[in-house]
Design a protein around this ligand. Structure first.
Ligand code: GLA
Ligand code: GLA
Length: 668
């Protein structure tokens, strides 16, 4: 069995069985070694409540197994069948406007409904009983993209229970939610609801508490299935496909800890170098959510995904380069949504490995080339069952010296109503920071601020509006001990209850940063502010006062003229910088360059950056591999030494990489 997994979602139940024979033949031809079955297949597996039809799945799994293709088995619980909706209307989700949704699409379920939860565990158990020890089984893929949030009486009931457990008393709830504002004081638990449609701005603490609750509810659903499956299928690792940003309805760190390994879906949203930067972002998030462990790319698209309702084709070779990026950054498998394009249905135009045109197509030829390429890299991967679980410690598969702070709370806080500016938001700020590091040739991790900072030389903190006591304390300890940090405007303004630290904004980090932010001065659309080092700021500025820091740059115009714009403070053995505006791209890059240099972080490989990606990762059995991928349209040069993974030739020195080409060398 190959160790580096290659394949995709496969729904044989949507096709006559003659087509299955062609499927396995083409899978062999393409080097596919893994098929993910059962995603959304509930009505084919349980056509009536309690009556299972496993015959087709038995035959499909046997056929794949006979052809040497392993199976990732999904539980179909993201799409309950129509019989479920009719029998259990309370198992359907309600929108924030109070509309109860009905089947007809997917993800139409209510995670707070006992009937839904019981039905989900029942089908998961039935699948595990039947297939849990099947020799073709590679892993479990529970549910699909946990991320459904709904409202309604069942959700309100669960939310109240969560609030009672969190706050213990109504007095505490009223304090935390600051309900004296706008007459929101609660005098009985029954008065508390999930934040549904309301007249004007909602209570921000109620909102973030609901997001935390809803994320835990999904985690409970996941845990129930994990328990059901692990008991009956002890040998197969359990995971679910995390949906990567742009939306966030779960806590990826908590999901990572619950999983045997992290698996993600990532759909690149641009062509060329920008697309490559986006793929690297997805891969670095995936690795980080598993604590640095190997992970799986569970879904990607053979072409670009629908962007703004438009199908965009990938340029030749892009699917291969993207896949190599993921492997370089720690993936032990590269899988697609999906194997064969459906002839009808809502996603009939979603690109796949075997398109509507059939195997005589550019896409399928590229899939075959990808299969051959990955086949030569098998020694990179480990058998899935041997991958250490997230949080088990151990050496990370890729070592990064720089990390970007990431937390669901920070994301949600930045989405709060009533903030002083329409800022770019957490995800955009994080993506910009990651892209700048990628362009400069650095591999980046994402990190929680409250754990494990010591392994990094530099920690970047963009748009981290809410910081918990534990985060504040851990960052302070890290810097005092010699760590370097850059904190961006407005970060550390709120605590976990979204109460503003009084005395100055960014107040949670103020002592470490050595500044007092007396007043905010967000900029109007199109308004800019100049700095004395030639930089320009947009979107945001602040009246900053030095309280132990020194000014690295000052504003020279606007309301904030003369005030510090960028500051630095020696804090213990470390260095803490603060940036009080959104710097233009060149100034942003220059700032990162300075921060990296001060922290002693050089690019991971000579020549890397500007679209030439060079990443070193651990292979199996102590080997390590260096991947060099040229995403640009010009020839680039990389310094490599080791054995060429494709030709076996010894490489030592400068290697020319033509536009769009790549090299992989193995160092023993
Ligand atoms: C109105 C309301 C106030 C306050 C302001 C904010 O004037 O009466 O309570 O909300 O708007 O602009
Ligand atoms: C998600 C789902 C897939 C498919 C793709 C389309 O990743 O898991 O089933 O719908 O989106 O992009």
């Amino acid at each position: 069995m190959s160790r580096l997994l290659f394949g995709g979602d496969y729904n044989p139940e949507q096709w006559p069985e003659e087509v299955w024979l062609e499927d396995v033949r083409l899978m062999r031809e393409a080097g596919v070694n893994t098929a993910t079955l059962g995603v959304f297949s509930w009505s084919s597996l349980e056509p009536e409540e309690g009556r299972f039809e496993f015959g087709w799945l038995d035959r499909a799994i046997e056929l794949l197994h006979e052809h040497g293709i392993g199976v990732i088995l999904a539980t179909p619980t993201a799409s309950p069948p129509p019989w479920f909706s009719v029998a259990h209307p309370e198992g359907l989700p309600v929108t924030a406007d109070g509309v109860r949704l009905l089947h007809g699409s997917r993800d139409t379920y209510n995670p707070a409904s006992p009937a839904y939860r019981a039905a989900a565990v029942r089908i998961a158990t039935a699948l595990a009983e039947r297939y849990g020890t099947h020799p073709a089984l590679v892993a479990w893929h529970l549910h699909n993209e946990y991320g459904t949030v709904g409202f309604g009486p069942e959700v309100d009931r669960e939310f109240r229970g969560w609030l009672e457990r969190r706050y213990g008393s109504l007095a505490e709830l009223n304090r935390a939610w600051h309900t004296a504002f706008w007459s929101q004081g609660y005098s009985a638990w029954e008065q508390a609801f999930a934040p549904q449609a309301t007249q004007y701005l909602a209570n921000p603490t109620q909102l973030i508490d609901f997001k935390r609750f809803a994320a835990e509810l999904l985690l409970d659903c996941y845990r129930e299935q994990i328990e059901a499956v692990r008991r009956l299928s002890p040998g197969a690792p359990v995971t679910t496909n995390f949906m990567l940003p742009t939306w966030l309805h779960y806590d990826p760190w908590a999901f990572g800890e619950a999983s045997d390994l992290v698996a993600v879906d990532h759909y690149v949203d641009a062509r060329g170098v920008e697309g490559a930067a986006h793929a690297a972002l997805g891969a670095d998030l995936a690795r980080s959510f598993g604590g640095g462990a190997r992970w799986l790319l569970m879904e990607q698209a053979a072409n670009l995904t629908m962007r703004g309702g438009r199908l965009l084709a990938k340029e030749p070779g892009a699917a291969l380069r993207t896949s190599l990026q993921h492997v370089a950054r720690g993936a032990d498998g590269v899988l697609f949504f999906q194997w064969r394009t459906a002839p009808a249905g809502a996603e009939a135009f979603h690109s796949t490995m075997v398109p509507h045109a059939g195997p005589d197509s550019r896409v399928f030829r590229e899939v075959c080339e990808l299969g051959r390429t990955l086949g030569a890299l098998d020694a990179v991967a480990s058998p899935l069952a041997a991958v250490p679980a997230p949080g088990a410690g151990g050496e990370p598969v890729v070592r990064a010296r720089v990390a970007i702070a990431w937390s669901a709370d920070a994301w949600w806080a930045a989405d709060s109503p009533g903030l002083p500016a329409h800022d770019e938001g957490f995800y955009a700020a994080v993506r910009r920071t990651h892209r700048a590091l990628w362009m400069a040739g650095h591999v980046t991790d994402f990190t929680r601020l409250d754990a494990g900072l010591g392994r990094y030389d530099l920690v970047l903190v963009p748009s981290h509006l809410a910081a918990s006591d534990a985060e504040v304390a851990a960052l302070d300890v890290y810097v005092r001990a010699g760590g370097h940090v850059v904190v961006w405007h407005f970060s550390g303004t709120f605590d976990s209850e979204l109460h503003i630290e009084l005395g100055g904004y960014a107040g949670r980090f103020a002592e470490m940063l050595g500044v007092r932010v007396e007043e905010l001065s967000p900029l109007d659309d199109g308004e800019t502010v100049a700095l004395d080092d030639g930089a320009t700021g947009t979107q945001w500025s602040e009246f900053v006062e030095l309280r132990g820091a020194t000014a690295e740059a000052r504003y020279t115009d606007g309301l904030v003229a003369g005030r510090p714009a960028v500051t630095g403070k020696r804090h213990g053995e470390g260095l803490a910088r603060y940036v009080s505006t959104r710097l233009d791209d060149a100034a942003f890059d220059a700032l990162l360059h300075r921060a990296l240099a001060d922290a002693g972080v050089a690019p991971d490989a000579a020549g890397a950056g500007g679209g030439l990606e060079i990443v070193r990762r651990a292979g199996a059995d102590g080997a390590s591999f260096t991947f060099a991928i040229n995403h640009t349209s010009a020839t680039r040069t990389a310094r490599l030494s080791g054995t060429d993974a494709f030709t076996g030739a010894l490489v030592d020195g400068e290697v020319e990489l033509a536009a769009g080409s790549y090299a992989v060398v193995c160092e023993e």
